[in-house]
Write a protein that binds this ligand. Structure first.
Ligand code: GLA
Ligand code: GLA
Length: 683
């Protein structure tokens, strides 16, 4: 039945449509930042360019928030200042990622069209005075943004400095969805295109529940704040719609760029594991995929979060090189406590991006601002000036990146994949579920961490994408699965793959309708079991586990328990206490030429690590067991990156003497890495 609510364009089409994939003409690895010269007197610009040359900057993003400076009133651009900036940069050989400048509408536009201000779920209109103050469905915003993009493209489409175009900024960051009347009208049009007949919508949304059968499209509203839990299928469609509406804003600008600046690549900056925007759907529309990454320096595992975001970015871009569009040279301003990066951390996290497939490393921003909301956000050129640790680190990273030129263009080859589908993520985190403690990105992180520590490269894959290149596929709470996705995982295992599937996977179809017959209905035979009942665990409750030496290690399950009936699978772990004592908590099942493991609980991190390593070994993946905590090993092309994220010196065995690209020196057979230092070993 799920066929009726599948999206009109099938995912396999989306995944085979590569889009234009051009790279901004750069030699080696790009290095740079957001550059906001409009915030500074023109007398500083020559110094900027000279210092950029000193740091080795060769790519800067210009104009992201400069709409009010470029178009202080409707009509003509007042862009003489930008002409001069671009000419200065071109003369210095610095390429520009030029923004269409539409990320934040100016006051005159909002004053003339107050209806473009976004409205929250509970009906509050958000005021002007910050940024991103627009409803993605507002015709007045769309028209004005496309007009500005067209003026920018016709003026600068063939400027020698312009290497690529940057549309919008972090789509959905502050306003992931708008609930105003214009959005309601657009949502109705989107629903009509999806369902055609109101009866089909009622069926998909379960209109029989709580008296919600609609008799006309005009009766439908966005899922605004309601007396109690809103209709989940309505909420899920609104999440799909909201991602599509933002994408429509992007596309409208992209189309005018294509007309006026053909052949120049176009990007927008994603935000890693960010729920509102379906990056698999979006990436087909981008020539180059880019990401902003702000791991918290106060988090001892900041490098795990950033590694995950980088692997995701590479994956949504189809494995091609990508751009780290923004990171902080040191502290940000937007956490409640903004800890600066530790000495060496900016470099280590930048090299991590290159290791994971980035061909450019940019920061936000060039000069730390003197005014405005972001004045305590670090910049490459800090308030303290060039006599500062941050500046010295900036210059030294530039030199290091120049030496990594041979790495540019090479690919990361991963044989393990984590399945991720934004539609499933949206549905998973809806309310009125067995637990509200299950979070998609946290669960993914639980599996990602041991893979990172074992030096196993991992891609993120859409459940309907080609999995044949992988040996191991992990399915972390893939709550919603299409028939095609369910069949794809099955074929992967039957063809000899190893899969690791968790609780709360394969539960509903694309309309959020439960697949009946015991969980996970599409995979019960594949897994050799049937889950009869879902038994989530309250915060702080852990259930002891037996099996796989679990008793000796004090293993315990967290977050969740499935009540499992075995039907061919063998238990790997059992519950040791409670009403499920003796029942299976984790299982394995051979199927076709493959094996599939199932986790009915979330084991503690040590036990989960053992299970993940077991799955890796079973899949025939190469595992490193010699890496000290906090050290990552990543192969990109012929080069092996060894990066320390710890504040202690660590000793590493390299096997033989090897050339380190970063220093040009021979190292090994053992090497001591200073805190947060790295090696990039040539073959
Ligand atoms: C109340 C309502 C029912 C149902 C239950 C669920 O009792 O009257 O319609 O929603 O809660 O617990
Ligand atoms: C985001 C934005 C930037 C800037 C930084 C600060 O990444 O895109 O404009 O505000 O955050 O960290």
């Amino acid at each position: 039945m799920s066929g009726q609510s599948e999206p009109a364009s099938t995912v396999s089409e989306r995944h085979t449509e590569p889009g234009r994939r051009t790279w901004p003409a750069l030699d080696g690895i790009g290095y740079g930042c957001d550059y906001n010269p409009e915030q500074w007197p023109e007398s500083t610009w020559a110094e900027d360019v000279a210092l950029m040359a000193e740091a080795g900057v060769n790519l800067v993003t210009v104009g992201v928030f400069s709409w009010s400076k470029l178009q202080p009133a409707p009509g003509e651009l007042t862009a003489g200042w930008l002409d001069r900036v671009l000419d200065l940069l071109a003369a210095a050989g610095i390429r520009v990622d030029l923004a269409t400048a539409t990320a934040s509408p100016p006051p005159w536009l909002v004053a003339a069209h107050p209806e473009i201000l976004p409205v929250t779920e509970d009906g509050r209109r958000l005021a002007f005075g910050a940024r991103q103050s627009y409803c993605p469905s507002a015709p007045a915003f769309r028209t004005a943004a496309v007009d500005l993009a067209e003026r920018m493209a016709s003026r600068y489409g063939s400027h020698p400095a312009v290497a690529m175009w940057h549309i919008g900024n972090e789509y959905g960051c502050h306003v992931p969805a708008c609930y105003c009347e214009q959005s309601a009208a657009a949502f109705r049009r989107w629903l009509e295109a999806r369902y055609r007949e109101i009866g089909r919508l009622n069926e998909a949304w379960g209109g029989a529940v709580w008296s919600q059968d609609y008799t006309g499209w005009g009766q439908i509203e966005p899922p605004r704040t309601a007396p109690t839990f809103g209709n989940p299928a309505q909420q899920l469609d609104f999440a799909r719609f909201s991602s599509d509406e933002l994408l429509a804003c992007y596309r409208a600008e992209r189309d005018v760029l294509a007309a006026h600046s053909p052949g120049t690549p176009v990007t927008t900056n994603f935000m890693g594991l960010f729920r509102p925007v379906d990056q698999f759907r979006w990436s087909a529309e981008l020539d180059v995929v880019s990401v902003d990454s702000y791991p918290d320096p106060a988090d001892a595992e900041a490098h795990v979060a950033s590694a995950m975001a980088y692997d995701l970015t590479r994956s949504v871009g189809g494995g091609r090189p990508w751009i780290l569009m923004e990171q902080a040279p040191s502290a940000v301003n937007w956490r409640s406590v903004n800890v600066p990066k530790a000495p060496g951390q900016y470099r280590a996290l930048s090299l991590q991006a290159v290791a994971r497939g980035s061909d450019a490393v940019l920061s936000f921003q060039w000069r730390a601002a003197a005014t405005g909301a972001e004045k305590f956000h670090s910049g490459m050129l800090p308030h303290a000036g060039t006599d500062s640790r941050v500046w010295r680190d900036v210059v030294s990273l530039g030199a290091g990146l120049r030496r990594l030129a041979p790495v540019a263009g090479s690919l990361v080859h991963a044989e393990a994949a984590l399945l991720l589908d934004w539609e499933s993520w949206w549905a998973l985190e809806l309310d009125s579920h067995p637990t509200s403690r299950l979070r998609q990105s946290e669960l993914i992180g639980e599996f990602y961490r041991p893979l990172l520590h074992a030096g196993v490269s991992v891609d993120f894959a859409h459940p309907e994408s080609d999995l044949s290149g992988y040996r191991l596929v992990i399915v972390p709470a893939l709550y919603l699965v299409t028939d095609a996705g369910a069949g794809n995982v099955r074929r992967f295992v039957e063809g000899g793959g190893t899969a690791l599937v968790t609780f709360f996977s394969g539960i509903v179809d694309p309309a959020d309708r439960v697949r009946l017959g015991g969980y996970p209905a599409p995979w019960c035979d594949l897994l050799g079991l049937r889950v009869e009942e879902l038994a989530p665990l309250p915060e702080g409750v852990a259930v002891p586990l037996d099996g796989l030496d679990a008793a000796e290690t004090g293993a315990a399950g967290r977050l969740w328990q499935d009540v499992i009936d075995l039907a061919g699978a063998a238990p790997l772990l059992t519950y040791a206490e409670g009403h499920l004592a003796g029942e299976a908590a984790a299982t394995t099942h051979e199927r076709g030429r493959g094996e599939v493991m199932y986790l009915g609980t979330l084991p503690d991190r040590a036990t989960l690590g053992r299970l993940v390593r077991r799955a890796c070994r079973h899949a025939g993946l190469e595992l490193r067991t010699d890496l000290p905590r906090g050290v990552e090993a990543v192969r990109r092309g012929d080069y092996l990156f060894l990066i320390s994220h710890t504040d202690r010196a660590v000793e590493l065995g390299l096997g033989a003497k090897r050339l380190d690209l970063l220093t040009g020196a021979m190292v090994g057979p053992t090497a001591v890495l200073a805190p947060r230092d790295a090696l990039v070993l040539a073959p």
